[in-house]
Design a protein around this ligand. Structure first.
Ligand code: NDP
Length: 451
């Protein structure tokens, strides 16, 4: 190959693309990134970061209530949505700048506008054609809304971050991460909220005890959960409100309908199929363990390759790919012991195998569970319960799964993930001293297994 414009051309400046770009540049590669929407991708702009800020905002309503039991008398609380939204926007703009600087400081060229693949070594960016050694597709995914009459009246999480005003009532459709998180956010901000899920119990891929616990806890906070419920149509009424026609023939009035029914890989118009990159039926790019597609110079990471759509996974894949391409050290990211949190209210934290997965793989599984009222709520009067569970291989004594529903579940389970990664046995958990009084100490004091 004669003149090359870049060693790596990345399409998509989200978490995975930016990480791959700047680590590759650090290894000496000449790198360019094309981004037509927003630097930082979904996570920074319409995902993890603004969502978590909203979760904090939503939790205050409960905190104000809890404070009374500790002697605090507060005046009537008032919530100002535009102020939260605009403060959030300012913080996101600051983060966009940090992402740009991260690329800039490594000498990565960032271009706006659309980019596509012409063949194995040529890309188009606007009117320019560039010759490159490697191409990385890190375009992520986009909310999917099924087809039904009135689909144009519903919003997705993308729009929920920018609402002009908060509705009085809202319906969230779906039973995954986003549905559960947004139901908690809207409810906490004072919106009368119902979550509608098509199956008998939401969060289908999680440990059953976690799902059941959350299904008990969310209604205590005010969210209406309606399982086995489908939406046939949504109509807009003359007063601007919305009416849902449900599968059982009943109708439901609301002011906002938020669909959180999964996301689809963003691959349209990239020119991938024409140059021989394999796509699955849902559009996700087929890659091998080292993120290489059917065309050896074209790689893909993050949400666009299917699998768990999680920021830390995409960034880890970006680092592994940079190492494979520019250090000659072939690396892949294992999906074993993948920790994850759902920022529901209360929160869910989980790492490793669910009890169901463990029982399918191991002949002798031991399960340790506890459910209790956290110390804080003895005075607050809040009926919230915390649930914790260990799944253990009875033969090797290895801890296979750690699961929790309760305050700071994500923070607590992140530490537990290190233990699982290190292959900790139940004996290691038992030999670990607790920090008293905490909820987390329960994980090292569980003694009574159930087979
Ligand atoms: P999920 O895949 O988590 O959940 C999709 C939900 O929509 C499921 O309950 C599914 O039901 C339901 N569904 C799918 N198709 C339809 C349909 N046609 N009609 C009705 N319901 C349908 O997707 P989300 O949109 O919640 O989130 C996307 C991804 O983003 C997540 O999987 C997660 O990886 C990531 N994310 C991570 C977060 C975190 O780390 N905290 C936060 C938010 C998102 P069923 O189960 O029956 O198929």
């Amino acid at each position: 190959m004669d003149t090359l414009d870049f060693d790596l051309f990345v399409i998509g400046a989200g978490s995975g693309g930016v990480r791959a770009a700047r680590i590759s540049a650090g290894y000496g590669a000449r790198v360019a990134v094309a981004e037509e929407r927003y630097v930082g991708g979904t996570c920074v702009n319409v995902g993890c970061v603004p969502k978590k800020l909203f979760v904090h905002a939503a939790h205050y309503s409960e905190d104000f209530h809890d404070a009374a039991g500790f002697g605090w008398a507060l005046g009537a609380a008032a919530f100002d949505w535009p102020r939260l939204r605009d403060n959030k926007d300012r913080e996101i703009a600051r983060l966009n700048g940090i992402y740009r600087n991260l690329l800039d400081s490594k000498g990565v060229t960032l271009t706006g506008g659309w980019a596509g693949v012409l063949d194995a070594h040529w890309v188009a960016v606007g009117e320019w054609h560039l010759r490159v050694r490697h191409i990385l597709i890190a375009t992520g995914a986009w909310p999917f809304v099924p087809d039904f009459p009135g689909r144009e009246h519903v919003i997705t999480s993308n729009e929920a971050f920018h609402l002009e005003r908060l509705p009085r009532r809202a319906v969230v459709v779906g039973g995954g991460y986003i549905a559960v998180e947004f139901a908690g956010i809207l409810n906490g901000l004072g919106v009368e909220t119902a979550l509608l899920y098509r199956g008998p119990l939401f969060l289908r891929h999680f440990d059953r005890d976690l799902r059941e616990t959350l299904a008990e806890e969310m209604p205590k906070k005010g969210v209406t959960l309606r399982f086995d419920t489908t939406v046939q149509a949504v109509e807009k009424r003359p007063d601007g409100s919305l009416e849902l026609q449900l599968g059982d023939g009943s109708r439901l009035q609301t002011d906002l309908v938020l669909y959180a029914t999964g996301r689809r890989p963003l691959v349209q118009d990239l020119g991938l199929e024409a140059c021989g990159v394999g796509l699955r039926e849902d559009g996700s790019i087929v890659v091998d363990d080292y993120y290489q597609s059917a065309v050896p110079s074209i790689h893909a990471i993050g949400d666009v390759i299917g699998g768990p759509e999680l920021t830390p996974l995409a960034t880890a894949q970006g680092m592994a790919l940079a190492s494979t391409l520019f250090l000659g050290d072939k690396r892949s990211v294992s999906l074993e012991n993948l920790p994850t949190a759902i920022f529901s209210q209360p929160a869910v934290g989980t790492v490793g195998l669910s009890e169901e997965q463990a029982r399918a793989r191991y002949p002798a599984v031991l399960v340790y569970r506890t459910r209790f009222r956290p110390l804080k709520h003895t005075l607050s009067g809040n009926p919230e319960q915390t649930f914790m569970k260990l799944v253990v291989d009875g033969e090797s004594d290895r801890v296979l799964g750690v699961h929790m529903v309760g305050p700071e579940a994500g923070e607590i389970v992140q530490g537990m993930a290190v233990a699982l990664q290190a292959g900790a046995t139940k004996r290691v958990f038992d030999a670990t001293l607790g920090i008293h009084p905490t909820s987390a100490e329960e994980f090292v004091t569980l003694r009574e297994p159930v087979r």
